[in-house]
Each structure stands twice: as C-alpha cells, then as structure tokens.
Design a protein around this ligand. Sequence first.
Ligand SMILES: [Zn+2]
Length: 388
Amino acid sequence: MGIAPSLVDAARVKDEFIDLVSIASPSRREGAMARRLEAILKGMGASVEVDDAGEKVGGETGNLLARFAGNRSPAPPFLLSAHMDTVGPAEAIHPVVDGSIVRTDRTSVLGGDDKAGIVAILEAVRVLRERAIPHGDLELVLTICEESGLRGAKGFDTGRLRSRRGLVLDVDGVCELITRAPAANHLNATIHGLAAHAGICPEQGLSAIQLAAGAIAGMKLGRIDGETTANIGVIHGGLAGNIVPDRVAIRGEARSLSVPKLEAQTAHMRERFQAAVAGRSVRVGGRLHEARVEVEVRRQYEPLNISDDASIVGLVRAAAAARGRECPTRATGGGSDANVFAERGIEVANLGCGMREIHTVNEWVDLRDVVATAELVLETLRLNAVSG
Ligand SMILES: [Zn+2]
C-alpha cells in the first residue's frame, strides 16, 4: 500500500504561521492572540469558550476551549493542546522568511514555541472538516502562561473535557513523541545572619553570603544522574561592600523522571542549607544571635510517564507509519502542559512540532516540519475515529 498524497495545504500553513507569530503574546499578554484564534476557530465551526484562568494570573485572557462536533459515531473524543504564550523578548516580532525557514530579525524570539504546534493543530482540523473525513468529537485547549509555570493548564478545569486521551504539541524535533518528562520542585531558601560594620566590628556579624556559599559549595548540582538535574539559579543579598550581609535569598530547583530521586535530591539541598547554618552564632551585647535558614519547597508539576504500550503511543505510531515515517518515543528534561493533563488522568504525550533553538532570539522553524506535523496529527485523528 502506497502513501496517500498529502491533504495539508503548505501555503496555508505558511500564511497562518506568519500571521500568528507576528502577534506578540508573552505570558499574561495573550489577549490579541486569543481573539485571533477565537475568530479562526469559530470560522472553522467550533464553539469556543474562554475560562477564568486569566483572572487567577492577572492576565489579559483565559485559556481557550474549542469544541468541534464529530461526524462519526461512536468515535472517542480526542484532546489537542498547545500554548498561546511565548517567552521574551517578544515585544514585537518581525518574522524573516527564507524559503521554508522562518526566523526573526534577532530582536525577539520567534514564538514557534508554541505557534508551530497551534498551526499544525489548526491545519489538521481544517483538512479533516473540509474533506469531511470521519472523526470523533475534538476538544482543543489553547492555554495561557505555559512558560510561566504551566499556570494556564493548572488553572484549567479538566473536568470540562470528555477526552480520555490526546496530544500536546509543544516540543522541538519532528515526528518524535515525548512520553516521559520530569517532576520538578522549586526551592526558595532565605539565610538569616547578622549585620555589622565590616571594618569596625565584623566579629559582631554573621555573613549570610558566606553561609550561603558554604551551603552551595557542598551541594550536588547540575546533572545528578541520567534522570535527575538540579540548579541554583538566583542568589540575591547584601547591601554594601562595608556591611556584613544579614540576609541572602536563593532560588533553585530540582527535577527528575523519578519522584523518589526528586525527593532525595530536594532533601539533600535542604540538608545542605540547614547544615551550613547549624551551630553558627555570635554573642553581641550579652545576646546570642543564631544564624538560621528557611527553606520552602513547592512541587511545580508531577512527572509525565506514558508507557510505550499506551494506546496514544500506538495510535501516533500507526499514523506515522501510514505517512511512511517512524515516530520514536523519548524522554525530555523539560515540563509542559502535558504533565498537568497527565496528572489529571488524561493519557497524553507531547508531539514534536518543528520548533528549533527555542527560548533564544535565534529560534527558527522549517515550515516543512510544521506541514509534516499537521499530516501526522490529521492521520492520528483519522485513525482515532476508527480505533473505537
Ligand atoms: Zn512551549
């Protein structure tokens, strides 16, 4: 059996991609992007709702939930999701087109993360509808604030979804499926020492910077093992060169594909901070001042962990095979909205959609990868309708 000719309209993909990346949409400022997408989706025949997640984050809009009624029953409903926001710099985006490659003038990111995913989803659904290809009900969730802690997805009520499986399109590469992504802990530590004049009476101070340095110097950071990473990303403290610093605030994180390993690494980091201040004190004017540390740990998201035997993996692989391709599964070190949907019991994987060198002003997209992704999504939706 040969491969059916592509039904995806490459010229339309190009026009829509340039249209959408040209709309700046940094996190919490996705309003114009949401209005544009709402118009597009309604034009395609969807019912569109905007939820209240935007109010929770002080943003311009909530998440979009678009529903397309299926034309074949019974067919299982299917979730497709991508995020509307981008990282910065993204005040104004000037796309530069060179053949099939789109980049920027390097004053901003491109925002192919995640507009490549949005365009692939829109094109797949558009072809499905205009060709009247049998499909089940479709639920599209286009989120806000993915780049600022998955806050849009976290604020979305997944109880509104009927889909039990689906795809998030939000990762680099093409025709690759992310089935494993780490759980992450955010860590805030505040070390309290005691201020003193650095020249006159340093022995009456306790340097919070020196205590922090001791804690961090003894800390396992970076790549801990094949599944686990850790980082201290921000350190902030001190007032002047002639003051023994009394306070340092430190922000870091740990991630692991394995929750027990995440907990062990987090405990290690906490213990290093506590050990660095333990027993450190100074007596000034008859009063004992003890150094202390407050460590706050917050779980940012739970892991994504989909078996290669899961139905969503089989479905996407069968779709790839029908397009003459393979679709390997892999793990990533980054979280995405897929972590949130998975935690809430929806079987999702994260499909590569052609974004490259993301989170930099060198970001680029090869439109042929977006077309290939749209073809893969289209075939996945077609097979979903006949899979029962
Ligand atoms: Zn993204």
